[in-house]
Design a protein around this ligand. Structure first.
Ligand code: FAQ
Length: 328
């Protein structure tokens, strides 16, 4: 691990401060030229803190994101779908490992990240706090949530921080398979019996608003977009990512004859932008701050997994195991 605990203690202890203007100008010039910033390069404290926040939240989202679909592995219709879903869920957990490693290069130890997830200090994607009641919910996640993740991650794989952008390239390749699997499952349901079609429509109704939240709050109230875009960590704003997803997937949903539960949704041909009903941003705030339908259940599952895996970490690392989380 690069950096290690001491580096993180220093970052935590330091208040944000004025950076050396010469170093800052050189750093920004490198970013402007499209160069990658690597872990041993000089970087402003705020760049480091923002990257840790974002990559860590992303890693947590992958690991928690495995849970709603994970509950469908044993119930997926047919052996082949069980195998495919199991492989997909394993991939998501693998993505978390890649992302935790990328965040560790900035100096925050993995144990501290897991601790912050389990204590509720660190956020993860809103969408995984909703229940997957039916097989159609699982299909929605594999197709449309993965599609949203791909739009975000393909853009950010061209970003400025080397370890993150390289991890994203690899992740996007795997996510493309997930998307194909999800699309296949959705087509099957949408063109199946009336009951299957109804099940798919109900899943779309349930997931539409959380999916609009997934891309983050509107640009005009987004706290971090400006600085992240200036330093090329975020390559698309929240609104632009949402628009790109709507552009790519609304026509495909309509092609299947499904009804999108927003009667105001339409593309304004003059502006080229989609117009839609704003989802309830108060609900979004509640969910990302711990008060969604499944937040408690998701964290409880992770706490149990951490406690049950402790003996493995102890067997491998001996007395170096720093992180001990009691069972809830
Ligand atoms: N959920 O100022 P902004 C996946 C928070 S991976 C929860 O706009 P920013 C794979 C934000 O953290 C999905 N919180 O923030 C998969 C901030 O709070 P803070 C995850 C959210 O960073 C598929 C506050 O609101 N992807 O799905 C969300 O500029 C299927 C203000 O927001 C990533 O993490 C949200 N949706 O933009 C797995 C990609 N949106 O920290 C299994 C990397 C915002 O100040 C199955 N991350 N917040 O307390 C990003 O691109 C960005 O962080 C955004 C948010 C776009 C998510």
């Amino acid at each position: 691990m690069y950096g290690g605990g001491n580096t993180f203690e220093k970052i935590k202890a330091k208040a944000p401060h004025e950076e050396d203007p010469v170093l800052l100008a050189e750093f920004e010039a490198r970013i402007e030229r499209g160069e990658k910033i690597e872990p041993t390069d000089w970087m402003p404290d705020l760049y480091r803190r923002q990257l840790i926040r974002m990559i860590e939240q992303h890693a947590h989202s992958e690991i928690i994101g495995a849970l709603p679909e994970g509950t469908w592995i044993t119930r997926a219709p047919g052996f082949k779908r069980k195998l495919a879903l199991m492989a997909k869920v394993q991939d998501e957990v693998g993505h978390a490992q890649l992302l935790y490693s990328a965040a560790e290069t900035l100096g925050k130890p993995r144990e501290a990240m897991i601790d912050d997830l389990l204590s509720g200090k660190s956020k993860y994607s809103n969408i995984f706090n909703y229940p997957a009641y039916t097989w159609a919910d699982s299909a929605f996640i594999s197709w449309l949530v993965d599609a949203g993740a791909i739009v975000n991650q393909v853009a950010n794989s061209r970003g400025s921080y080397g370890p993150y952008s390289r991890a994203l390239e690899r992740i996007c390749i795997e996510e493309s398979f997930h998307l194909k699997f999800g699309h296949h499952c959705v087509i099957h349901l949408a063109t199946g019996t009336p009951a299957q079609r109804q099940m798919m429509q109900e899943a779309l109704n349930r997931w539409w608003a959380p999916m609009q939240h997934f891309f983050g709050p509107p640009d005009k109230i987004s706290a971090h977009t400006e600085i992240l875009m200036k330093w090329k960590v975020k390559m698309l704003s929240n609104d632009d990512t949402r628009q790109q997803w709507l552009d790519m997937y609304v026509p495909k949903i309509w092609e299947l004859g499904l009804t999108i539960p927003d009667e105001n949704l339409r593309k304004n041909e003059e502006t080229g932008k989609w117009e839609y009903t704003e989802p309830d941003w108060e609900e979004f705030k509640r969910v990302i701050n711990g008060d969604g339908p499944c937040n408690k259940e998701r964290i409880a599952v992770r706490k149990t997994a951490e406690a049950r895996g402790r003996w493995v970490r102890r067997a491998i690392l001996g007395n170096e195991v720093q992180y001990v989380q009691p069972l809830a």
